[in-house]
Design a protein around this ligand. Structure first.
Ligand SMILES: CC(C)(COP(=O)(O)OP(=O)(O)OC[C@H]1O[C@@H](n2cnc3c(N)ncnc32)[C@H](O)[C@@H]1OP(=O)(O)O)[C@@H](O)C(=O)NCCC(=O)NCCS
Length: 175
């Protein structure tokens, strides 16, 4: 089945809510370090999209990318554009999520490439992100041109246990 990447418009948001809720809920329960810890129920996952992401997309502060496969959204990533006045050239990459049953088929890579194209089209010349050190996402980002800026020990809590884990900041100049 082929994957199609689209940038969500206002009309896409409400229909996407169910699949996005599934993806975030499933990823956190599969161990993803993306800002949440257990217990994490579907209401909390839905609220993240409805209350934090959709308003930012509507306000123009973020672009939301959706990966569709067979009529279902299986992955997503965001391009954050709401940055301070001294960083108009920069954008943040956040919440790269692929449903556990759709992984290792190039969905994340396709999302990242679509995001890269859009960032360049908007005149952004620097992408920044952070990822839990050693996660599967790190080789993905490295293979798409991101460089490691550095690692911060004890940055965030493990979603399952009361232990602190490192995060790695990465950047990609868009030249
Ligand atoms: C990280 C994640 C987004 C990758 O999604 P995906 O669609 O499976 O990734 P792709 O199939 O596009 O793989 C791209 C590259 O990522 C790396 N990668 C992805 N999954 C991997 C795994 N299980 N083991 C090792 N490398 C992996 C590989 O370098 C891969 O390239 P290759 O297939 O040519 O070897 C997905 O595992 C996920 O959603 N994880 C939970 C959420 C998360 O941690 N997001 C990152 C937040 S910064």
């Amino acid at each position: 089945m082929s994957v199609t990447i689209l940038q969500a418009t206002e009309a896409d948001l409400a229909p996407a809510l169910g699949d996005l809720t599934d993806i975030l809920h499933a990823c956190v329960h599969a161990g993803a370090s993306v800002g949440f810890i257990l217990p994490f129920d579907r209401d909390a996952a839905r609220a993240f999209w409805e209350e934090r992401v959709f308003p930012a997309v509507r306000a123009g502060g973020a672009r939301l990318f959706l990966a569709q496969e067979g009529g279902r959204i299986v992955g997503t990533v965001q391009l954050g554009l709401a940055l301070p006045p001294n960083q108009p050239h920069r954008a943040d990459v956040s919440k790269m999520l692929v449903h556990p049953d759709a992984r290792r088929r190039g969905v994340a890579r396709a999302l990242l490439r679509a995001l890269d194209v859009q960032a360049r089209a908007l005149g952004r010349t620097l992408l920044v992100l952070d990822t839990r050190s050693g996660d599967h996402a790190q080789p993905l980002y490295e293979s798409e041109g991101f460089r490691v800026a550095g690692e911060i020990p004890g940055y965030c809590r493990n979603p399952f246990t009361d232990t602190l884990e490192s995060t790695t900041y990465m950047y990609k100049p868009l030249t």
